[in-house]
Design a protein around this ligand. Structure first.
Ligand code: DC
Length: 222
């Protein structure tokens, strides 16, 4: 049976960059499930769908096709109706849209099979909010990766500035706090540590130390 590592935690805890590097070292596939919610958020924004009335969202879900694939470098590509939207889903607006749309049960149900099917035939580190609690509750390793809101905002700020974006630290901190609130207070699959998970807090450790820690937690538990 393939090995599944469920990696959950709040926005900006460094899950994706840490997990990508750990997956490479262990020769596992890294799957970023947030990209799927972002893609649906983008589809909703393009059609000016207000995410709260769910009948409009359900109609949207019946009309779009979301797929996940990998390029030659093994990087994940998300497709919206066969268009590669991997870059378009990375703006702060897309983050907020994804956070809102991910509270809708129909959206979560729509993405469930796609996520589960990815873990059926290969060793994966799957990054999200409800991987250990809902998507892969039987994962061999469950990790909850977290850090203080200030440290997470600071990391995201640096990342966006490096990409040449004109951003403000306080706006990012407010976004982090708002997204944490949305993610932990929604009724369906709220963000919370899964039963039996290992909590890794990266507030006081750097990127390389975090990668080492995740690799050692995985090795100790498989
Ligand atoms: O990991 P991310 O920041 O790219 O995720 C974008 C949004 O999607 C985030 O606000 C929470 C939501 N999400 C979720 O509800 N469940 C997941 N498994 C992954 C992401």
């Amino acid at each position: 049976m393939p090995i599944a590592v469920a990696l959950d935690g709040p926005a900006g805890a460094g899950k994706s960059s840490i997990a990508k590097k750990a997956a490479k070292a262990l020769d596992y596939i890294y799957i970023d499930t947030g990209a799927l919610y972002r893609t649906i958020g983008l589809a909703a924004a393009r059609r000016n769908v207000e995410p709260i009335p769910s009948n409009e969202v359900e109609k949207l879900l019946s009309e779009i096709k979301v797929d996940l694939t990998f390029n030659e470098q093994g990087e994940q590509i998300v497709l919206l109706d066969n268009e590669d939207v991997s870059g378009l889903i990375r703006t702060p607006e897309a983050s907020m849209m994804a956070s809102k749309i991910s509270a809708i049960p129909a959206v979560r149900a729509y993405l469930l099979d796609l996520q589960r099917s990815m873990a059926k035939s290969q060793n994966v580190i799957m990054d999200g909010r409800d991987i250990g609690t809902v998507v892969l509750p039987d994962a061999q390793v469950k990790i909850f990766l977290t850090a203080s809101p200030e440290v997470r905002a600071e990391r995201r700020y640096k990342e966006l500035v490096e990409k040449g974006m004109n951003v403000n630290y306080d706006d990012i901190l407010n976004d982090v706090i708002e997204r944490d609130y949305n993610d932990t207070h929604r009724e369906t699959a709220p963000l919370k540590p899964a039963d039996g998970c290992i909590i890794v807090n990266t507030t006081d450790i750097d990127f390389e130390q975090s990668v080492k820690k995740i690799i050692s937690v995985i090795k100790e538990n498989v």
